[in-house]
Design a protein. Structure first.
Length: 396
């Protein structure tokens, strides 16, 4: 998911994965690791956070510190949930490859084969947009004009005069947003003659020719899956991902029952982000925690080793195969380093997340915190420090 105020500033932590360190460098015991991370946290701007490290068999390390809610002093724990922003897109990847395994879709078929309304690049109408284009962020669909319309404030008429000016300016835009379902939003934006349709919703490059990260493109991919399999995307991911992996605390919709575990979000300590939801949930709205995400990461590592249970071997291979677009590499909704290390980051108001998988070292990590990058920079630094400490630990 794109951060409301800062675009692309949080794709920074996972590029080198968990590289092997020199002997005697870093920490060697979990007590030492905890001590270093706590020291970083206590001098940071983070309200709370949770982190988990796994191999392809089990959880190797799990820790949470700080508060899920500063006002009530509710602890941030391994069961605290929050939306994880753009890392949600990796679940579109798994759902897409599952639909391929089932014969419901094909990566290189025109998406209009599956959609109830037609989507074409207005400058390249004879070049079809495919699921591969959407999954590699090369569809030519751009976010700039309409994506912010997918944020819905829970209380649009509340008084937000206490917020900083730069935040109030954006909140005033969100207050005008209308409640739509995902299909309506996409049709208004992408269908020719749709209410919000414009050539400016697309780049100047033909589909398949250039990388441009697109949240709307990802949301469209999830809708293609939904249309092709005849099942809501949320139900499909529950049936084919959450239930098999026993991710019992993961959801696309916050319920009253789950609200007690849900973290409050902050611009900075003491300044809460107004509660909001997302129309296009698939590209950034998954609600989960480190306990559940650990199960998912273990499966992803198994998939890299061709031992996964959710998808066929060929689908896992396809999902993690790096395609190059200039200096950028992409798998199927997974970002990929030059060395082929899968990673993804996420940023939204009051949310920052990252995950990284190192196949060679059989290790993967996931981090999430309930603060955004909108108003302070210190959290970027502290998150980077935590990442480095995790990398330097002796995980043998």
């Amino acid at each position: 998911m794109r951060n409301l105020f800062i675009i692309g500033t949080f794709v920074l932590l996972s590029y080198s994965g968990f590289a092997q360190q020199e002997p005697n460098s870093g920490t060697h015991t979990l007590e030492e690791l905890n001590s270093k991370i706590r020291a970083i946290f206590e001098s940071s701007a983070l309200p709370g956070f949770a982190v988990v490290v796994v191999n392809d068999k089990e959880v190797m390390y799990q820790q949470a510190m700080g508060f899920a809610d500063l006002e009530t002093k509710k602890k941030y724990t391994a069961h605290t949930t929050q939306n994880i922003a753009s890392i949600s897109k990796t679940f579109i990847a798994v759902a897409l490859m599952k639909a391929i395994d089932q014969g419901a879709v094909d990566l290189d078929t025109d998406i209009n084969t599956y959609l109830p309304f037609k989507v074409v690049h207005p400058l390249f109408q004879k070049t079809p947009i495919t699921l591969r284009h959407l999954a590699n962020h090369t569809s030519g669909i751009d976010d700039e004009r309409t994506y912010d319309k997918c944020y819905l404030l829970d209380e649009p008429n509340a008084d937000y005069s206490h917020l900083p000016k730069r935040v109030r300016k954006y909140i005033s835009l969100l207050q005008q947003n209308e409640k739509l379902d995902n299909a309506e939003f996409l049709e208004k934006t992408l269908r020719v003659n749709g209410e919000w349709f414009s050539k400016k919703n697309f780049t100047k490059e033909a589909p398949g020719k250039a990388y441009r990260y697109s949240n709307i493109g990802a949301a469209l991919a999830a809708f293609v899956i939904e249309s092709a399999v005849g099942m809501p995307y949320e139900a499909y991911t529950k049936k084919y991902i959450f239930e098999p992996l026993q991710m019992n605390e993961s959801t696309w919709e916050l319920s009253e029952e789950g609200a007690d575990k849900f973290a409050s979000k902050y611009f900075k300590k003491g300044l809460r982000v107004p509660d909001y939801s997302l129309i296009t949930k698939a590209d950034g709205g998954l609600i989960t925690n480190t306990t559940d995400f650990a199960k998912y990461l273990i499966e992803m590592l198994k998939g890299l080793y061709q031992k996964g249970t959710l998808l066929s071997k060929s689908s896992y291979k396809e999902m993690f195969e790096r395609k190059e677009f200039g200096e950028i590499g992409s798998g199927i909704f997974w970002e990929m380093t030059e060395r082929g290390t899968p990673y993804h980051s996420g940023s939204d108001p009051g949310v920052m997340t990252y995950t990284s998988i190192n196949q060679n070292k059989n290790i993967a990590a996931f981090f999430m915190t309930n603060i955004g990058a909108e108003l302070i920079d210190e959290d970027d630094i502290s998150i980077g420090k935590i990442h480095e400490v995790l990398k330097q630990h002796n995980w043998e």
